[in-house]
Design a protein around this ligand. Structure first.
Ligand code: TYD
Length: 139
C-alpha cells in the first residue's frame, strides 16, 4: 500500500494565471476546521517529525518545493511536492517529516481539527510502539 496519497486539483487557471478552488468534504476528504501555512523556512531546516492520533491533513506546496517523508512505522516513502495543483494527504498515525524547503516554499496545510497538542505523538519510539501494539486503528 502506498503511503503517498496525492490528490490532483482541478485547474481553473486561464491566460490570466492560475486558480485552484478547494471545497471541504469535496476536493478535501474531510471537514476543514483549521488552516496554517509554513513559509520563510530557513535553509537546512526540517520540520514535522511527529504523527497525529486522530488528525487528518492535506498539505499543498502552493509555491516552491519541499520533500515529504511519510512513515507508517513499517515502511517509509518520500516525494517532492512542487505543484499548487496537487495535495498530499497526511493521515492519522502517519509519521511525517518535511525537508529541503526551497527559500520560496509556502506550504499550506488544511486540517480536520483545531490545534491540540494531546493529539501529537512527537516521540518516534513511542510512535513505533503504538504501531506495533496497534493502539490506534488505521482507517
Ligand atoms: P510544530 O508542531 O513544531 O510545527 P511542525 O512540527 O509542523 O514543524 O509547531 C510549532 C509551534 O506552533 C508549536 O509551539 C505549536 C504551535 N502551533 C499552533 O499553536 N497551532 C498550530 O496549528 C500549529 C500547526 C502549531
Amino acid at each position: 500500500m502506498s503511503l503517498i496519497k496525492l490528490i490532483d486539483f482541478k485547474s481553473l487557471g486561464d491566460d490570466r494565471g492560475g486558480l485552484v478552488a478547494l471545497g471541504a468534504n469535496k476536493d478535501i476528504p474531510f471537514n476543514v476546521k483549521r488552516v496554517y501555512y509554513i513559509f520563510a523556512t530557513q535553509s537546512g531546516v526540517s520540520r514535522g517529525f511527529h504523527a497525529h492520533k486522530k488528525l487528518k491533513q492535506l498539505a499543498i506546496c502552493i509555491a516552491g518545493s519541499c520533500r515529504f517523508v511519510m512513515d507508517s512505522g513499517l515502511d517509509k516513502q518520500e516525494i517532492i511536492m512542487d505543484s499548487p495543483h496537487q495535495g498530499i494527504v497526511i493521515d492519522k498515525m502517519q509519521w511525517h517529516e518535511m525537508h529541503d524547503f526551497s527559500l520560496d516554499c509556502v506550504l499550506l496545510v488544511l486540517a480536520s481539527d483545531y490545534y491540540d497538542e494531546d493529539d501529537y505523538i512527537r516521540d518516534y519510539d513511542k510512535f513505533l510502539q503504538l504501531v506495533k501494539n496497534n493502539d490506534y486503528s488505521y482507517s
